[in-house]
Design a protein around this ligand. Sequence first.
Ligand code: ILE
Length: 122
Amino acid sequence: DHAELLACNVSSSLGLESTASIKICVDGDQLTATGSGNGGFDAFTNALSGIVKRLGLKLPTLIDYEVRIPKGGRTDALTECTISWSDNGREFKTRGVHANQVFAAIGATMRMLNLVLHWSHQ
Ligand code: ILE
């Protein structure tokens, strides 16, 4: 993996925009950014696009987003988030698993970022 999420705070309140602060290590460089948005994942994505822009890359478009838990799961279940992306006509999916549903989506997004970095180095 080229990109690793070293630290991430996502904060959500009713009646206020969500915010995210992130620290990412890309090829040995530590980059930080903040973002706000309409929901925690949107705030994370806005923070990440700041970093991605500095790297001269563009993030794929999100085309679908699914969150589920195993059958019979309870409120402490692991969540699985599957995100579908479109990158210049190329469609692909990534998956993340975490007890916190926003972090499951963030895990799926970090997988996407690593694929994009890999493709851009080819
Ligand atoms: N807006 C929500 C969020 O930021 C979802 C994002 C819909 C896919 O968490």
